[in-house]
Design a protein around this ligand. Structure first.
Ligand code: UDP
Ligand code: MG
Length: 322
């Protein structure tokens, strides 16, 4: 039986780039010699993304669409796509053509060799310098923070076998750092390198704030190292405080002896107190903040609200009926 490929494309305010995407991805898909479906997930766009998607879905039933009731975020949009995808292999790709659709053929070739997860790592990226540098640092830091073999410089552009998709769909967690979950699943994984292109049109939808949040999600949901750091910080500061306490006490008790030896007790007044209060206060707040990051995430999980709300859909078959 012919294999089926699903492609998931998260779209947030992408009206400028969609016609180019339809042309390029459509042309590439025709060469796969496989049945395919392309699921574009409109992540609560405020422009005409959904109308343009609907027009395409009406023309070609292999193009499918989901529309969110509001902006739930890129990782959630991809999660929804995975939920509705019915292919033997599922490819995740950005709408802005930064991940060249022509590269999907290489992902498929690896899959046909027997790999179940094929992710694309960025050899070069044409992003602003600061973003490139921060991303470089983040991937290296994260791979040090977790025992999982987190790939460096790998984005969400990847291919997942349906076995892996089934595992990812069953994961109940709401904090969906998909690159981490993909690694966590295991299976036979491999990577292919590619040059990340510039955005084909429109503007980046990942603001600095959204990127930072994603990075924090990655760190806090795949590592408890920040908690350990808080413990070690607490111990180190306590040890330093103990030395400070001893010195101050000894100075007080043996003030005369110290003076005779040429080390008169220093002035212990408001300055010392202000410094210690502010320093200790700062350390405590940092540790509380770290705890808060974890507790906040537990709170999000416990509420158990749905991951996304659908406002509309076209050509999509609910997974329970397919
Ligand atoms: N995106 C999304 N929801 C968001 C932000 C982005 O679905 O809240 C989509 C966006 O349409 C694009 C992909 O995620 O297809 C990557 O976004 P972008 O190109 O802005 O990020 P960058 O390439 O700069 O990391
Ligand atoms: Mg982009």
């Amino acid at each position: 039986m012919q294999k089926k490929i699903s492609v998931i494309v998260p779209c947030f305010n992408e009206e400028a780039v969609l016609p180019k995407l339809f042309a390029r991805l459509g042309a590439v898909a025709a060469t796969w010699q496989a049945d395919y479906e392309i699921i574009c997930v409109d992540d609560g766009s405020r422009d005409h993304t959904w109308e343009i998607l609907q027009a395409q879905n009406a023309k070609d039933p292999r193009w499918r669409g989901l529309s969110f009731a509001r902006n739930f975020g890129h990782q959630t949009a991809v999660s929804a796509g995975l939920h509705f995808a019915s292919g033997d292999a599922v490819v995740v790709i950005d709408a802005d053509l930064q991940d060249p659709p022509e590269e999907i053929a290489r992902l498929l070739a690896k899959w046909r060799e027997g790999f179940e997860v094929v992710f694309a790592t960025r050899k070069k990226r044409k992003d602003p310098l600061l973003k490139t540098f921060l991303a470089w640092g983040f991937y290296r830091l994260l791979s040090k923070m977790t025992p999982l073999p987190m790939a460096r410089d790998a984005g969400d552009f990847c291919l997942l076998d349906k076995k892996v998709v089934a595992v990812m769909k069953a994961l109940p967690e709401r904090n969906r750092y998909l690159r981490g979950l993909r690694t966590w699943c295991g299976f036979r994984q491999t990577s292919v390198e590619f040059d990340r292109a510039e955005r084909a049109a429109g503007e980046a939808q990942y603001t600095f704030r959204k990127s930072l949040r994603l990075a924090m999600d990655g760190m806090f949901s795949f590592s408890i190292m920040p908690l350990r750091l808080a413990t070690w910080l607490g111990l180190a500061v306590s040890a330093a405080c103990f030395v400070g306490v001893m010195v101050t006490l000894l100075e007080k008790i043996f003030a005369e002896e110290f003076t005779k030896l040429g080390y008169p007790p220093g002035p212990h007044g408001v300055t010392t107190m202000v410094i210690s209060i502010l320093f200790l206060g700062g350390v405590q707040l940092i540790c509380l903040g770290i705890l808060g990051e974890y507790i906040g995430r537990i709170y999000e999980e416990v509420k158990g609200r749905p991951l996304w709300i659908l406002r509309d859909s076209t050509n999509v078959v609910p997974p329970e009926k397919s």
